[in-house]
Design a protein around this ligand. Sequence first.
Ligand code: NAP
Length: 488
Amino acid sequence: MTSKIIPVEPFDYVIFGGTGDLAQRKLLPALYHRDHDGQLPEGARFIGASRGEYSQEAYQKFAHDALRKHVAEDQRSDDSLKRFLARLDYVRIDVQSDKGWDVLKAKLDDGMEGKIRAHYLAVGPALFGPITSQLEKFDLIDDRTRLVIEKPFGRDLPTAEKLNNEVGLHFREDQVFRIDHYLGKETVQNLLALRFANALFEPLWNCSHIDHVQITVAETVGVGSRAGYYDQSGAMRDMVQNHLMQLLCLVAMEAPATGDADSIRDEKLKVLKSLKPIPAENTVRAQYMAGAGPEGKVDGYLDELGDESDTATFVALKAEVENWRWSGVPFYLRTGKRMAMRMSEIVIQFKPVPHSIFGEGAGSPISNRLVLRLQPDESVKQWIMIKDPGPGGMRLKHVPLDMSFADNFDGHNPDAYERLLLDVVRGNQTLFMRRDEVEAAWKWIDPIFETWNETNQPVRSYTAGTWGPSQAIALIERDGRTWNDGDE
Ligand code: NAP
């Protein structure tokens, strides 16, 4: 039995940065899909805002072009495109000036009392402060207004606190939605379902039965022409501080008392606070060199940047959660650009059986492994041992109980933004990061940078198109374990 989709009430979304890359590739397509599926109510409207000169018609044309590029053909129909585009409007605002805000206010004033209004800041974080103060100045915030902000949430603890303080001057915490789109992925939410809607896993989900956990977020793309921008962040700030740490929290947290947003976020916060400070020898940072990408021969990071830099495009860490449940269980995290394949997954490696009753001819039992593939091809695989079928005595075989989303669920597999954008309207903050979570994550990350500087931790190299530097392989192999590298 499946549960019902919760309907949403009428709303307006203002997309600051409505002409940017994020709006074109993710936000407009996500909103279109929800409309195409009949989930948007009458009266739902989207207003793009930026400094560009667009009439309403020109913005609708702009959005139409974006949808043709980023929505699969079989998901586009003339009727639903027409319906969606009719919901779109545009306002020209330089958010650092006073011009245009009264036009936005007039557009929002459609006489619908108590309508939900969400402001999505798809702009650089330097504009979060100016936009939130202008929203207040022009009387565009009430009890039902919501604010959506995109990472990066600072580049360290002090800058994150500053950003949160700026936003907090004008919005209550329950009005602020910090998006980490990884949390909107089906498989990530499935982790909650697997852990807390089954009796099977939870008794085993601890240091008595789990040997270690691996979390990999590997990309094949490089940074190319965005090298200058990327160099300000790097893999640690761009991926580890948010995506990987959020995944770690969902794996490691205790069962919350209820499924509501704050119960879940309270438990994730406890995990962040239990992370053991990490010594330099349990970290590897590296940059890709020239090698192979999906498009053929590719340049190295420093060539793309055209400068010297110690910004890492790859990071591997051996983390530990210091509490009763996880004592002694390593969490190996790694992420990188220009890796051998595009793949994000969580591997829960169980301990071996205490004693094998099978003779040598049967082969040794291989330890159970639960693999949650986030992308591509979202799936959950539970690897178990069975008897190899057929005559010839007992031979053990390692096979997956395989739940692939594409094979088991028909139709369009929704992008994370589709879910998250409507959760904002519903006021459901479960899949969004709370202020204290963001700050607790920086409290753990900042000392890693300090350790790197103090110990002059070398920036290693890896050839583009590989699984990272040999030191990252050594990080796990010196403990007698191996990375899963997408094999299982
Ligand atoms: P982008 O392509 O550079 O777009 C920026 C948008 O902001 C444009 O619409 C731009 O339009 C508008 N803008 C800039 N200055 C403005 C001002 N003073 N007043 C009004 N509008 C202004 O950036 P993006 O890639 O979409 O990223 C937006 C934010 O999302 C960034 O913080 C980024 O880190 C984050 N993010 C992006 C992605 C992604 O996939 N792209 C993923 C995760 C997070 P005008 O220049 O015409 O004003």
